[in-house]
Ligand binder design. Sequence first.
Ligand code: UT7
Length: 382
Amino acid sequence: MGCKIIGCGKALPERRVTNDELASLVDTSDEWIVSRTGIRERRIAVGETATDLGVMAARRALGAEEGGWRSDAAEAVDPASIDLIVCMTISGDTVVPSQAAMLKAALGLPSAVAFDLNAACAGCVYGMDVASQMLELSAAEQRAAAAEGRPPRRNPLRRALVVGTERLTRLVDWTDRATCVLFGDGAGAVVLEWREGEPGVLSSFLRNTDDLDGVLAVGNAFDMTTFPFGGPVEAAGAHSAAMARFGDRAVATLGEAPAEGGEGGASPFIVMDGPAVFKFASNAMAEAACAVLERAGLAIDDVKCIVPHQANERIIKYAAKKLGVGLDRFQVSLASVGNTSASSVLMALADAYLAGRIEPGDAVMLVGFGGGLTSGALLYRA
Ligand code: UT7
């Protein structure tokens, strides 16, 4: 309750890559990609960093730049009023500083505390839930502090910037047709504000399903060139089905000496059993959607707009069928951007706001899934 979206924006890199262009790189076709996924083209960050994309999306959500949606279009949000930045990414520019810290500095937000969140492609749903719960807890603490005549015991948080930014195409094996046709780069952002007594987030549902078959993984590219303590970490495989399944494609460089003259061993690519992820996703989306409806005491027909993770149009159609609603209730944006992982739901949400699909008072559902395996949904009143 009380947590409102007051701004939303997205940003895309310049470079547009069509299916036909990919067909000149790997053995694929526009026909295969469109019929199996719904994707027609994607954007690839060549000159842009994840920070550049995140900053652009955030500035649009804040009203500092044209191109975003704002509940009060007349006034830009004061940068000093942002208390929190949560950034969802699996392809940030650096591990330390966090991507959120980079955004804070680049945007010039003096008061915000900033941290990253990795829930893979379900990142937007997880990030929105975490940020909104932090605002709600802070409001409760401030009320208690005022009632007891004492200072708050925690950071007062009233406004949050939630950003998904991905330069995912750096994690793609561009010789693997099974994955390289799916992904794209981009960023999405929302500004959340706590408004006492107003409806906001109605319910949420998060789930982690152990990836026992190792269907989706991205390894860490550790540079072992200076590591003096021995060979490959055999035991790692025992802890991760993904490592066991994909072997050195998933664990990439763990303990492995680089090739002569190399920079530190093999690159960590996205490795995925597509059909298995498809099966998981189709069921997980419907489960999460039903759970948030039940928790909020609403029916699917009460929801004006459903904004799903944009991985595959067939997955969204399957979820629509399971929920018993038409595809027209869903925001489907993937044809022009592909799967942008932790950015995808907020980018599609920006599309929905900019298209005028969401009016004040409407119930809106965000729903996602991803590696981990993560899944979840969040229902809010606009
Ligand atoms: O954000 C979460 C991350 N991932 C996902 O959400 C992905 C979920 N999975 C999917 O979207 C689908 O499984 C894919 C789009 C990845 C694949 O579609 P599919 O209908 O499940 O195809 P498939 O993997 O079963 O492959 C069917 C055929 C295979 O050939 P054979 O063995 O039947 O001869 C593949 O080798 O299609 C072939 N294939 C391709 N052909 C042309 C796989 N990729 C391509 C390609 N172009 N790009």
